[in-house]
Design a protein around this ligand. Structure first.
Ligand SMILES: [Zn+2]
Length: 200
């Protein structure tokens, strides 16, 4: 199978190439192209699996100083990227039937052992096919992508002005509020990861 050169060292180290590695890699490449680099991009992954590992590997290659955040609680997306320069938030939700093995193949998982070479072979062939399909199709085929514009509100005069959050109604200091596609929101309703609005 044709594995991208930059991913090769990682797969050598891990000893395998999983669909999640391919997914993380493909999404990372898409985002790098979308924002013309990853240096100014904050990254979060809903789970700390191989996809997050591939993303970490990719951002290190791009000289990214940060890390991939994996939140402790559930999120409505699988991957989230925030471009600091343009205030663009890109979220990715995987289309499951296209990113995981068919049910009848997953049903073989309890029977995978050295005593069952035929089953292992069928399983491996299906796995290879899935990885190959992830590498060969555009990210938009296996992910739903949404793009949101986020801006920090500019506080005028004193810093004590408050405004009601458009989404939850909570009074929020204007200097902490965000304009999310025209809705004035408190930080928690902004859709950004807490680490991002705390430090920027
Ligand atoms: Zn709110």
């Amino acid at each position: 199978m044709l594995v991208p050169m930059e991913l090769h060292s990682l797969t050598q180290r891990r000893g395998y190439l999983s669909p999640e590695l391919a997914i993380g890699w493909q999404i990372g490449k898409y985002v790098a192209e979308f924002f013309d680099g990853l240096e100014e991009v904050e990254i979060a992954a809903a789970s700390g699996d191989d996809a997050a590992l591939a993303l970490s590997h990719l951002i290190r290659q791009h000289g990214h100083p940060g890390q991939v955040i994996v939140p402790e609680t559930t999120r409505p997306w699988n991957f989230l990227f925030y471009h600091l320069t343009t205030g663009t938030l890109l979220s990715f939700t995987l289309i499951r039937p296209r990113t995981r093995l068919p049910q009848e193949i997953r049903d073989l998982e309890p029977n995978l052992s050295v005593d069952n070479p035929a089953v292992v072979e069928i399983y491996q062939a299906s796995l290879d096919l899935l990885v190959k399909s992830i590498f060969s199709q555009p990210v938009t085929n296996f992910c739903q992508i949404s793009k949101v514009r986020c801006r920090r509100l500019l506080a005028i005069e004193n810093g004590n002005q408050r405004t009601g959050c458009y989404r939850c109604g909570r009074p929020t200091p204007v200097r902490k509020a965000w304009d999310i596609e025209g809705d004035i929101c408190c930080p928690s309703c902004s859709g950004l990861e807490p680490a991002w609005y705390t430090y920027h």
